[in-house]
Design a protein. Structure first.
Length: 131
């Protein structure tokens, strides 16, 4: 119906904001990696400060994702659309909160992040189909 289309369309328009948040998270990770390399020269105190800076950046992305999820959930109609949104958001948050494990090589961490990113992309495609 026309009323349903008016309700769903804004959600479809705003779901792309997850891509912006994903890009912002990649920037956070790249900046942290660069800062970590610099801190190896400057010492431990700088590494701690850089990690706090990364956490602050990540928190902004997490807050943005939570806000976006709430806004979209209110706009999406239908169980399938809401389930797809919930699944996408859950995969997105897992990717955002991923950290390098103890004794995990940089390559292994990059592979794990790539796998998470693939899951987010698949969930995103499903979400777009359901909207």
């Amino acid at each position: 119906s026309a009323a349903l289309a008016q309700t769903v369309e804004p959600a479809k328009d705003h779901v792309q904001d997850y891509e912006l948040l994903s890009a912002q998270m990649r920037i956070c990770r790249m900046a942290h990696k660069t800062d970590t390399l610099r801190a190896q020269i400057d010492g431990r105190d700088q590494m701690v400060a850089n990690y706090r800076k990364f956490l602050s950046c990540r928190d902004k992305v997490t807050t943005g994702a939570k806000t976006l999820y709430s806004e979209l959930f209110a706009k999406v109609r239908g169980a399938a659309g809401r389930a797809a949104l919930k699944n996408h958001h859950a995969e997105f948050v897992v990717m955002i909160e991923a950290e390098r494990r103890d004794n995990e090589s940089e390559g292994a961490f990059a592979a794990r992040l790539a796998s998470m990113d693939d899951k987010v992309k698949i969930a995103y495609q499903r979400l777009q189909l359901e909207l």
